[in-house]
Ligand binder design. Sequence first.
Ligand SMILES: NC(=O)c1ccc[n+]([C@@H]2O[C@H](COP(=O)([O-])OP(=O)(O)OC[C@H]3O[C@@H](n4cnc5c(N)ncnc54)[C@H](O)[C@@H]3O)[C@@H](O)[C@H]2O)c1
Ligand SMILES: O=P(O)(O)OC[C@@H](O)[C@@H](O)[C@H](O)[C@H](O)CO
Length: 478
Amino acid sequence: MKLSKEIHKYNKYPERVLQFGEGNFLRAFSDWMIDLMNKKAGFGSSVVVVQPLEQGLVDMLNDQDGLYTLYLNGIKDGEAVREKMVVEAISRGINPYRDYEQYKEIASNPELRFVISNTTEAGIVFDEKDRFEDKPQKSFPGKVTALLYERYKEFDGAKEKGLIFIPCELIDKNGENLKKAILQYAALWKLEDAFIRWIEESNTFCNSLVDRIVPGFPKDSIEEITKELGYEDKLVVEGEQFHLWVIEGPDFVAEEFPADKTGLNVLFVKDLAPYRTRKVRILNGAHTSMVPVALLYGLETVREAVEDKLVGKFVRETIFDEIVPTLDLPKEELDYFANAVLDRFKNPFIKHFLTSIALNSHSKFETRVLPSLLMYKDRKGELSKKIVFSLASLIKLYENKANLELKDDQEILEMYERLWAAHDGTEDSIGKIVETVLAQEKIWKMNLNAVAGLKEQVCVYLKKIEQVGMVEAIKEVN
Ligand SMILES: NC(=O)c1ccc[n+]([C@@H]2O[C@H](COP(=O)([O-])OP(=O)(O)OC[C@H]3O[C@@H](n4cnc5c(N)ncnc54)[C@H](O)[C@@H]3O)[C@@H](O)[C@H]2O)c1
Ligand SMILES: O=P(O)(O)OC[C@@H](O)[C@@H](O)[C@H](O)[C@H](O)CO
């Protein structure tokens, strides 16, 4: 028996929320919150989900009438808990590549008010190849611009039909960047000035920062879970208990989106920059910098990494000695956050695979780790050893990318292919590999060979890893 409305009755509300992205994160985060807001704060809104890519999960979602089971595992009020619930927020999913008319009709729903998205770091982009006539446009902002134009025409530019955007992509100023891309499309497609004014004046683009560890589908334990549930659910999603959503926007957003009235950890603020920097540098920075080291060490999950004697020490010292000193918030606050993050990493109920965090490691290293390396050098006048060691490990990790099925930008994968194939084991050859990787301005937004001493230090560590393997090499920096 599969999960569906036949076995789980639920209320559908007007579709007031449009969601781009049907991935694990939103289903374990904002959809869960909207479900609670419907049940506890009279929000009265269903979510219509649009699949941003041609391939995706909306068929599966529709097959289960928008329902899925969420497990929230972790520590709540000091107690270990494993809660499960069926999330009822989603009314249906649409694949705009197949059902464009259905997608277009969303624009003329007078009750629509919010747009939530998570299209990964790659999603909020302007692609000048997108054309107005495309059905649909390739990029997420292209699709939204076309939809907004439909809405603008349908309601004659009525001010109250503007939408509130709360993007969840983990990029700086996600709301502002989405708006910028939409305005670029409006200009590219030569849409009228009045439409551009309507975007500017009647639509609201909030920046937001999300935080919840969501490992996703529990592939390891799905058989037991199915037995426990008594029904089949192809969209089970697992996340931790901890959650934080920081939303930067005008006051009326908090009134209209009553997440903070339901005991949820949702903050409406005027400036989210400090929250973002703290989270991205400490939590995501620790994740990204531990991945190559822990994988080469032979570990599989985040928990194993922080609980291992040597790798755990490496992770803690990276955070407290090399990341925290580069941040500007009060030290006690940073230490408190960092300790809480380490506790979250040790969550015994969550299996967070290092290989899943490894996806696109290079762009993550650039945004989440490199700023700490550069700031540390600036402030202390020397290199942060552990972060540099992590960079050397990253280069080594990509030698055997096929073993771990590492996914990254194709150009990056091809570069490593060439570099490692030409490697003859000599110091010169290591130097060549390191110099070439550090020179990739497309990845690092600068030539890292310009950082004094960096190339030499990466070479030293890479050579050590080559010679003695990670289990011994990590002792160099511990
Ligand atoms: N999983 C977590 O713990 C977590 C926590 C906070 C933030 N995030 C953010 O969420 C993202 C991953 O989401 P997920 O965990 O739901 O993964 P997922 O693979 O389940 O979902 C990814 C979603 O992004 C869409 N997408 C992917 N590439 C796209 C592109 N180029 N254009 C438009 N849409 C695109 C997919 O269609 C899908 O809906 C990451 O970028 C991460 O920063 C994840
Ligand atoms: O989701 P990614 O792949 O961008 O990054 C991996 C993790 O660092 C990330 O998912 C964190 O668990 C999350 O950002 C916690 O809020």
